[in-house]
Ligand binder design. Structure first.
Ligand code: SF4
Length: 235
């Protein structure tokens, strides 16, 4: 069956305005959206630009907006979207480099800004830093994050405040704040105790709705807020 794809096209180096271009693609209901984009690129229009790598929901590089909702093109199937034309757009909140390809520089700068690594206060042990299964479970879900950017792109706070760290960076901050091997909790909480950091989150929950790894992002950010709040109450 033929499906219509209406795709955002824009080359800022050559065009003054974005436009939408339609393509007809022969596809089965079980075909992935990414497979259809590949078919367009390989068989109809090699100028169509987007990011992809593993095509199996592991690398997170093919995040885009499909019928208005941020998702991974390799995880979504034709049958997920009914009969009508499929609207394919780049992730919102990020500058477009070309077509569906966005500039993630600011996204990764924010990510690096939350110290996404262990901060111990002792020399490295001969083998590994030990942790019990219970301690590991305290942040287990956050480990599944693939930094696809869907949550940050879907976050309504960023529409008005581009300084806000966004859910992906804050989720990574949560992961280290709740890691028993990290020894700089105070320093981390100081960093996060800010309107552009954890208090910028107003619990809209869009991040959780779109996360392709089904991580309870909003809930984890709530645990960060509570930890900071409790630390201030403590004598
Ligand atoms: Fe992607 Fe989910 Fe990680 Fe956000 S939390 S970057 S949506 S995997």
């Amino acid at each position: 069956m033929k499906h219509t794809f209406k795709i955002f096209r824009y080359d800022p180096a050559k065009e003054r305005q974005p436009r939408y271009q339609e393509y007809q693609v022969e596809a089965e209901p079980t075909d992935k959206i990414l497979d259809c984009l590949n078919r367009i690129r390989w068989e109809q229009d090699s100028s169509l630009t987007y990011r992809m790598s593993c095509a199996h929901g592991v690398c997170g590089s093919d995040a885009m907006r499909i019928n208005g909702i941020c998702a991974l093109a390799c995880q979504r199937l034709i049958k997920d979207y009914g009969e009508g034309p499929l609207l394919i757009e780049p992730l919102p909140q990020f500058p477009v480099l070309k077509d569906l390809l966005v500039d993630l520089t600011a996204f990764f700068e924010k990510y690096r800004g939350i110290w996404p690594y262990l901060l111990p206060d002792d020399p490295a042990p001969e083998k590994e830093r030990l942790q019990s299964p219970e301690e590991r479970m305290a942040f287990d879900e956050a480990i599944r994050c693939i930094l696809c950017g869907c949550c940050t792109a879907a976050c309504p706070i960023l529409e008005d405040n581009q300084q806000f760290l966004g859910p992906a960076a804050l989720l990574r901050a949560f992961r280290y704040l709740f890691d028993s091997r990290d020894r700089q909790k105070g320093k981390r909480m100081e960093l996060l105790d800010d309107e552009n950091a954890i208090w910028g989150c107003k619990t809209h929950g869009k991040c959780t709705e779109v996360c392709p790894k089904e991580i309870q992002v909003t809930q984890s950010l709530g645990r960060v807020k509570k930890k900071i709040y409790d630390s201030k109450k403590a004598p």
